[in-house]
Design a protein around this ligand. Structure first.
Ligand code: KG4
Ligand code: ZN
Length: 344
C-alpha cells in the first residue's frame, strides 16, 4: 500500500510516505525554537505554524519518496490525543487530501503509534511486526507516561499512567528551575553525562507503590525547595552537572524499576520503550542493563522515531487498513482526550 501520513498533535509538523511497511520519507518540522521563547508550547502559535508548515512538509515528504500525490492509495492522520486545534489542522488536511484523491482515510491514535514504534527499525526504517512478542511497554513523552501490556499485535491494555506530571514534563520543569533552555530534557541529559548521579538525593515517587501508576509532581517540587535552600549550587558548572545527573537518576530509576516489575509480574520475556524521553541516554542504558540481568529482550524505539513523527503514524495506519479496519470517516472529529485502551 502507498500511504501518506500526517502528524500535528503537538509542536511538530510531520508528513511521511509509507510503502508496504517501509518508511520512504519522514519529514519533521519542529517548532522548538518558536516555543522556546515562552518556556513551553503555546497552543495558538502551534496551530498557526502547523497551517503554515503543512503544505511544504507534505510536498517535501512526497518529493523525498519520489512520488506524486496521484500515486497514493490511502492517507493516515493523527486523530488524538493532543492539543485540540493543532490536531484539527493536520487531521482536516489528511481527510481533505483523502477526499480529493478518493482514497481511504485512517485516523490514528498517537500513543498507539508510539507503542508499536519500537518494531520499526533499519535504514530505511521498516516495520517488523512478525518479530512482535508479548511485552511490557513504557511510553514516555512530554505529556504522558504510560505503562502498557501488549499481548499481541494491536491487542494491548493500559496498566498504569501518571497521576500528575509526565516524566518529560518533570525533565522540562526541573530543567527550567536549573536555568536550562526549553525543552530541558535533552539539555539535562547532556549535562548529566558529566555529573555524579549520587551527589544529591531526591525522592523516587511511587517506587514501592503496588500499582503501575507514576507521579512526578512531588519530585519537581522537592527540586524547587532544594534550590531555594541551596542557591549556590547553580553557581558552579560541576554542581549544576551533578544536580542534573541526580534528578535524571531519580526519574530513570522510577521508570526502570516499575517497568521491570510489571514485566516480571506478567511473565513477559520482552520490554519495549518509546516516546521523546526514550532518547535519554541513562534511561536507554539502565533499561538495557536491567533486561540483560533478567534475560529479557529489549526493544527501544530508534532515536529518530522517539520524538513525534508521521512515520510511526503511517506504519500503524497502513497496518490497520491492511488488517481490515474500516477506513475512518472523512468528517471524523479530532479526539484530544482519546483513551489508549479503547483505540484498537
Ligand atoms: O514524544 P515527544 O516528542 O512529544 C510529546 O508527545 O510530548 O516528547 C517530548 C519530550 C520533552 O519533554 C523532552 O524534554 C523529552 O521528550 N526528551 C528528553 C530527551 N529528549 C527528549 N528527555 C530526557 N532526555 C532526553 N535526551
Ligand atoms: Zn508523542
Amino acid at each position: 500500500m502507498r500511504l501518506l501520513a500526517i502528524e500535528t498533535s503537538c509542536d511538530e509538523t510531520s508528513a511521511a510516505v509509507i510503502h508496504d511497511g517501509t518508511v520512504l520519507s519522514n519529514i519533521v518540522s519542529s517548532q522548538v525554537d518558536l516555543h522556546g521563547e515562552y518556556g513551553g508550547v503555546v497552543p495558538e502559535l502551534a496551530t498557526r505554524e502547523h497551517l503554515r508548515n503543512l503544505p511544504p512538509v507534505v510536498t517535501a515528504a512526497l518529493e523525498a519518496a519520489h512520488w506524486g500525490s496521484s500515486e497514493l492509495e490511502a492517507v493516515a492522520g493523527t486523530q488524538g490525543p493532543g492539543l485540540p486545534n493543532a490536531l484539527m489542522a493536520g487531521l482536516k488536511a489528511a481527510q481533505g487530501l483523502a477526499f480529493a484523491l478518493n482514497v481511504p482515510f485512517v485516523g490514528v491514535h498517537h500513543h498507539e503509534a508510539h507503542l508499536y514504534s519500537p518494531w520499526i527499525s533499519g535504514s530505511p526504517p521498516k516495520a517488523n511486526f512478525d518479530a512482535l512478542q508479548p511485552n511490557v511497554s513504557l511510553i514516555v513523552s512530554g505529556g504522558h507516561t504510560i505503562l502498557v501490556h501488549v499481548r499481541a499485535e494491536l491487542d494491548h491494555i493500559v496498566l498504569g499512567s501518571t497521576l500528575d506530571d509526565a516524566a518529560g514534563e518533570c525533565f522540562d520543569k526541573t530543567a527550567k528551575l536549573i536555568g536550562l533552555p526549553y525543552p530541558g530534557g535533552p539539555e539535562m541529559d547532556r549535562l548529566a553525562a558529566q555529573g555524579n548521579p549520587q551527589a544529591y538525593d531526591f525522592p523516587r515517587p511511587l517506587l514501592r507503590d503496588a500499582t503501575d501508576d507514576f507521579s512526578f509532581a512531588g519530585l519537581k517540587t522537592s527540586v524547587r525547595y532544594f534550590l531555594q535552600k541551596n542557591r549556590d549550587i547553580l553557581e558552579t558548572e560541576q554542581s549544576r552537572r551533578d544536580l542534573c545527573a541526580s534528578v535524571q537518576a531519580a526519574i530513570v530509576e522510577v521508570l526502570v524499576v516499575k517497568t521491570m516489575r510489571a514485566a516480571k509480574r506478567l511473565g513477559v520475556r520482552c520490554v519495549t520503550a518509546s516516546g521523546g524521553v526514550t532518547c535519554n541516554s541513562r534511561l536507554r542504558h539502565e533499561l538495557k542493563a536491567a533486561c540483560d540481568r533478567d534475560y529479557l529482550t529489549l526493544r527501544l524505539a530508534d532515536r529518530a522515531l522517539c520524538t513525534d513523527n508521521a512515520g510511526m503514524i503511517g506504519i500503524l495506519g497502513e497496518r490497520k487498513l491492511m488488517q481490515g479496519n474500516l477506513a475512518g470517516a472523512l468528517d471524523g472529529e479530532a479526539r484530544p482526550t482519546w483513551n489508549l485502551t479503547n483505540s484498537s
